[in-house]
Design a protein around this ligand. Structure first.
Ligand code: TA6
Length: 275
């Protein structure tokens, strides 16, 4: 159902079992997910900026075709700052889903000279959220891209969180500027963290007290874990100083080896969250 969220066009998904999600057309950004019988699972900053050209701080920004500053495009590419089209929204017997689309136009081609079509499918049911990104090359020459679902997971207190499933993964510690290998079974977030874990195969589990969130990904080989910590958060205009305590980003990502798509080819990747 089309609705408004923070004054912006959005689609609200409501499964028959009570699970809900809200997706902004701007950026095709999921900004809310409540599993059936549960509470909000995504963090959205009270100081988030909305509207034309904005990157909305929180929810699940879609990163495409560039990750962070690994290229010449604006940081994290342009998909998160563009208006997408709602192609379809429907409620079935046991789920609700929406499909949003973005295609190249003069502005994207001025930044990145390729013809593409993106489709984001968001599906809620019971205690799970599935988000699938499909990328098609609609032009006549190949292109390579990076992508991520930059998920802001809401937590009560970030220092109480434990993230498991990354042990043994090679990583790049962007905050410290060095390569690393994850040694711990359960990662704690006790300050700024900005790491890319490569080839993370296992499902991850984010635990906080008795709450557990399972994070699965298909075709997103990398995982980014980010929290700005107190100093960086204080310097960010679209976060309150203490907000770094209320989230950790665990991102399904395709960073180390961009995917190359020949003309007419398609790729897809999916992230599933289950409480
Ligand atoms: O995914 C982690 C990261 O790339 C960090 O380096 C951090 O700066 C963050 O994304 C947020 O980026 P943004 O452009 O949304 O401020």
């Amino acid at each position: 159902m089309l609705t408004a969220f923070a004054g912006q066009p959005a689609v609200e998904l409501r499964a028959p079992d009570g699970a809900t999600a809200i997706v902004l057309l701007h950026g095709a950004q999921v900004v809310s997910w409540r599993p059936a019988g549960g509470s909000e699972q995504l963090f959205l900053s009270g100081r988030a900026r909305f509207g034309s050209g904005a990157s909305v701080r929180g929810g699940m920004p879609v990163i495409f075709p560039q990750f962070n500053e690994r290229g010449t495009l604006p940081r994290h590419g342009f998909a998160r700052t563009r208006a997408w089209q709602l192609a379809r929204a429907e409620t079935a017997a046991d789920d609700a889903l929406a499909v949003l689309q973005l295609a190249d136009d003069e502005q994207t081609r001025a930044l990145w000279p390729h013809r593409f079509a993106l489709e984001l499918t968001v599906c809620v049911r019971d205690r799970r959220l599935d988000v699938e990104l499909a990328v098609s090359n609609s032009g006549d020459s190949a292109f390579a891209f990076a992508a991520a679902l930059h998920t802001y997971l809401r937590v009560e207190e970030v220092e109480a969180v434990r993230l498991s499933g990354l042990k043994g993964c090679r990583c790049e510690d962007s905050a410290a500027g060095r390569s690393c290998v994850e040694e711990s079974d359960t990662l704690r977030i006790d300050g700024e963290i900005d790491r890319i874990y490569f080839g993370a195969a296992a499902p991850l589990v984010l635990a906080e007290g008795r709450r557990q969130l399972r994070i699965e990904a298909v075709n997103f080989p990398d995982v980014v874990v980010w929290n700005p910590g107190p100093e960086r958060a204080a310097a960010m205009a679209d976060l309150q100083a203490t907000d770094f305590r209320r989230f950790v980003c665990v991102e399904a990502a395709l960073v180390e080896q961009p995917v190359s798509l020949a003309a007419g080819e398609q790729w897809w990747g999916r992230q599933t969250l289950i409480v």
